[in-house]
Structure formats: C-alpha cells, structure tokens
Design a protein around this ligand. Structure first.
Ligand code: NI
Ligand code: MN
Length: 228
C-alpha cells in the first residue's frame, strides 16, 4: 500500500503513508458529519490548510494529546506555537522533506482568519508526493484558479477537492478544476456538512466520469481510499 486516505467528513482527512498518520484539517468535535473520535484519533503530523474553524477544528487538543507536529503557514504556526504546540511553518510554493514525504504548500483562493480574529496569513493547499512516488493534491478551501494547470503538470495521482459551492468551488467549477488538474483519481469533499453547501456527489461524479479520464470516488464519512 502506497497510501490510505480516509475521509473523516467535511474537509477532514486521515492519511496513512510510509508508516505515519497525517491528519489534515481535523474538524471533528463540532463537525455534524464526522466519523471519528477526536479524543482517540491518531496523528504524527497535523496539516492545517487555513485558519477557519471548520479546518483548524480540534488541532490544539489533538496536537497536545498526541504530541503531533503541526504544519501550516507561518502565521498559523506562530499562533499555535504561543499555545505550546510543536510546529513547522512553510509557505506558498515552498516544499520540505518531512519523514512522511515532501510536502509543498500550494495556492488557494480563500480567507484564513483564525478563530480569535488573528491574521492567519494566506490559505493553502497541499501537494504531497508519497515515498513511493504517487502525488496527492489536497486543494483546501478554494475557488477555481487557472494555475491548477501548473499543479496538474506535476502528474497528480489523487486530487481531493471541494465541491460544496458558496464558500468554495461548486460542482461546475470543480469539474473545470478536474480538467486542469488531470488527476487519475478524485475525491470530492467540503459538501453537505450543512444545508448551505448541500450537493449531490454522485451526480457530480457522473459528470466528471463522462467528461474526463479521472476516476471519482465518492466516500462515506469514515471510508478510506487505498492506493494502489
Ligand atoms: Ni474556510
Ligand atoms: Mn471550510
């Protein structure tokens, strides 16, 4: 197994790769669709795309319990470090060789204010080549942008993208994103957590399958995608 990616619900992902548990945007205790116990979930690293509450989520509690290192932009890391959290800050376009893989922060078009109103810097996505060479792109909260084509040139194995609309790309723009990213596999997230972002992922999957070569995997919360 090169990696296993479990959708916890909303934008929360639990990635297992190279023997590490990498938790992304751990919004669990307040998440109406979450499928995990924040007091028990494993984490060696926690990646945070931006400062909004539905992404920062339970980061502080989980990091304190597990001693996980949090990786995010410089501003979010500074804020977390003052709360006693172990951090590694990066920024857009920058990559670093972590034990679980070479993680690069990518552009995202969104906001990033922290829950207390502190400045959270620029929102990010993540590009992660695994130890076995697959490339996972987690877009974070974002609108559509043309430079997704540049990210696609990296050769994406799996793209995890929002389809919920209102706060992020909706189904139409997410379909255009797939055309720019040209991934082998796609997992839609950030939808139907609340009525405001209700979407039919199966209808979206049918459109993507009809118009692109990507294979869409509509997961239930708690369900994992194992590659290969
Ligand atoms: Ni957000
Ligand atoms: Mn969000």
């Amino acid at each position: 197994m090169a990696f296993k990616l479990t959708w916890i619900g909303h934008a929360t992902l639990a990635l297992e790769t190279n023997g590490y548990h990498v938790l992304v945007d751990p919004y669990i205790s307040q998440n109406p669709t979450a499928s995990a116990d924040p007091a028990a979930i494993a984490a060696d690293y926690i990646l945070v795309t931006h400062g909004h509450g539905d992404h920062l989520g339970d980061t502080i509690e989980i990091a304190k319990r597990t001693c996980a290192m949090v990786i995010a932009n410089f501003e979010i890391c500074n804020w977390l470090e003052k709360k006693g959290i172990k951090v590694h800050s990066q920024h857009l376009g920058g990559g670093f060789h972590h034990p679980f893989g070479y993680l690069k922060l990518t552009l995202a078009l969104h906001g990033s204010a922290l829950p207390d109103g502190s400045y959270g810097g620029n929102p990010a996505g993540f590009l992660l080549p695994t130890h076995t060479g697959e490339k996972i792109y987690m877009a974070g909260d974002t609108g559509l942008f043309g430079d997704m084509q540049l990210i696609g040139e990296e050769g994406i194995t799996l793209a995890v993208i929002p389809i919920g609309d209102n706060y992020t790309m909706g189904p139409d723009d997410a379909l255009r994103a797939v055309k720019l990213l040209t991934p082998e596999h796609v997992i839609p997230i950030h939808y139907s957590t609340w009525g405001l972002i209700a979407q039919d992922p199966h209808a979206w999957a049918a459109r993507v399958q009809a118009e692109t070569d990507a294979q869409v995997h509509v997961l239930a919360p708690g369900e994992g995608f194992i590659y290969p």
